[in-house]
Design a protein around this ligand. Structure first.
Ligand SMILES: [Zn+2]
Ligand SMILES: [Zn+2]
Length: 377
C-alpha cells in the first residue's frame, strides 16, 4: 500500500483549521469526488474514501488530538479502518449533505458491518461501536472517570423497541428480499449485497409499523452521554469493553457493545517504561559534586530526594513505588530519576574567582569519565 497522505493536506486546510473550515473543505471535495457523480471511476472512489477518512478523524476533537500527536500510527498498525467507523458518522454527513446522499450513506455504512440476524430473522443484534479516547499520563496512572458523548441507536420510546404501533402485529415475509434480508444492488458503480431497504435486513415486514421508528424499533440518539471508568495503570492502545452500550438491536434485538480504545498522551516530564516512570531532573554542577537534597516531581506531586555527592550526569536514581500501578499484578513500579548536570550561563565576579580557584586545584584523575576516556585513547 502506498504511504498514507497527511489528512490536512488531503482536505487542503491548515493545521489549525476550525471545524467550520474543515466541514466546508470536506463538503466541497466530497461533492466533487462522490462515487455517484463519478460512475465507474476507481480513482474518484479512492479519493472519496481518503477525504472521508480525513474528515472523520479531523472533525472529531479526540481523534484529531491523537492524529496531531501520533500521526497515522495513532490508529494502530492497520491504520484507520474507515469502513468500521463509517456507520458512526452518518449524522455528520446528513448534516453536511442534507438528504442528498442519505440513501447511499445509510446503506453503504451498514453493509457488511455490525448486525447479525438471528435464525428466525426477527431480532438483529445491534452493532458494536468503537470510541477512541485520549487520557493524560497522570489520568492513566491514577485512574479516571471520564464522560464521552456518542451517537448510537437506542430503543424507540414510542413502541418500546417492538417496532409495532399496536404491539401485536404479525410479521409477514418481506417481498423485496424474499425474507433474505439482503438485496444485490448497484448504486453508481458499486455492486453490493446490501441490507434490504424494505425490511432493513430483518427479512420480515411489520404490518403496523411504529411511525416514530418506521418499524425498526430503534431511533438514533446523538450525544448520548456515557461515563467511562478508566482503570489505574491502563496502557496505551488497550481497549475497554462496555457491554450493552453499543447500538440497540432491531426489533428488540440485543444491544451491541461499546469498545473504548485508550490513547495515553505523551507527557512533557514523564516517560513510561512499562510500570516504571522515567523523569530527567537537572541539578547544578555543585549539587552534583557535593550532594544535596532536591525536589523531584512525581505522578502524584513533588517529593524531596537526597542525591549523594559525586553524581555523574546520566546516573539513574530510583524512587520506590512512585511509578505506574501494575494493572495485572500488585503494587506500583518505580520512578527512575535521571540526573542531568547543568552549568550556569553567566557568573558573578565572585563566582568566577571561586571557580577559577577550583579549576587551578582540581585533579583530572578524580573525574571517572575523564579517566575512562584517557585510558581509551
Ligand atoms: Zn417505534
Ligand atoms: Zn426485505
Amino acid at each position: 500500500m502506498a504511504e498514507k497522505k497527511d489528512y490536512y493536506e488531503l482536505l487542503g486546510v491548515q493545521k489549525n483549521a476550525s471545524t467550520d473550515v474543515l466541514k466546508k473543505a470536506y463538503r466541497q471535495l466530497a461533492l466533487q469526488h462522490h462515487p455517484d457523480r463519478n460512475p465507474g471511476s476507481k480513482e474518484a472512489e479512492e479519493k472519496f474514501k481518503e477525504i472521508t477518512e480525513a474528515y472523520e478523524v479531523l472533525s472529531d476533537p479526540e481523534k484529531r488530538k491523537i492524529y496531531d500527536q501520533y500521526g497515522h500510527a495513532g490508529f494502530g498498525p492497520q491504520g484507520f479502518d474507515w469502513r468500521q467507523d463509517f456507520s458512526r458518522v452518518q449524522m455528520d454527513f446528513s448534516d453536511i449533505f442534507g438528504d442528498m446522499f442519505e440513501n447511499f450513506f445509510s446503506d453503504f455504512g451498514r453493509a457488511g458491518y455490525g448486525g447479525r440476524t438471528s435464525a428466525a430473522g426477527r431480532h438483529t443484534r445491534g452493532s458494536d461501536l468503537e470510541y477512541r479516547m485520549s487520557v493524560s499520563l497522570k489520568e492513566a496512572a491514577a485512574g479516571a472517570e471520564k464522560h464521552i458523548n456518542i451517537s448510537r441507536y437506542d430503543e424507540c420510546p414510542a413502541c418500546k423497541g417492538t417496532g409495532s404501533k399496536t404491539g401485536k402485529s404479525e410479521r409477514a415475509v418481506c417481498s423485496a428480499c424474499k425474507g433474505r434480508g439482503q438485496v444485490v444492488k448497484s448504486q453508481g458503480f458499486f455492486t453490493l449485497a446490501q441490507t434490504c431497504p424494505s425490511c432493513k435486513g430483518e427479512g420480515r415486514i411489520i404490518s403496523d409499523p411504529c411511525p416514530n421508528c418506521r418499524g425498526t424499533g430503534r431511533v438514533r440518539t446523538n450525544m448520548h452521554r456515557i461515563a467511562v471508568k478508566v482503570p489505574a495503570g491502563i496502557e496505551h492502545g488497550s481497549s475497554l469493553r462496555l457491554k450493552g452500550q453499543g447500538d440497540a438491536g432491531v426489533s428488540g434485538g440485543v444491544r451491541g457493545d461499546l469498545y473504548i480504545t485508550i490513547f495515553v498522551e505523551k507527557d512533557r516530564l514523564f516517560e513510561r517504561r512499562n510500570s516504571d516512570i522515567l523523569c530527567e531532573v537537572p541539578v547544578t554542577s555543585t549539587q552534583a559534586i557535593l550532594g544535596d537534597e532536591i525536589e523531584v516531581p512525581t505522578l502524584t506531586g513533588k517529593v524531596k530526594m537526597r542525591i549523594p555527592s559525586g553524581m555523574q550526569t546520566g546516573s539513574i536514581l530510583r524512587l520506590r513505588n512512585q511509578g505506574m500501578p501494575r494493572i495485572a499484578g500488585y503494587g506500583k513500579g518505580d520512578q527512575l530519576v535521571k540526573i542531568r548536570v547543568v552549568v550556569p550561563d553567566r557568573l558573578s565576579r565572585q563566582e568566577k574567582a571561586l571557580y577559577q580557584q577550583i579549576k587551578d586545584t582540581e585533579n583530572p584523575d578524580t573525574f571517572p569519565e575523564i579517566k575512562k576516556f584517557k585510558s581509551n585513547l
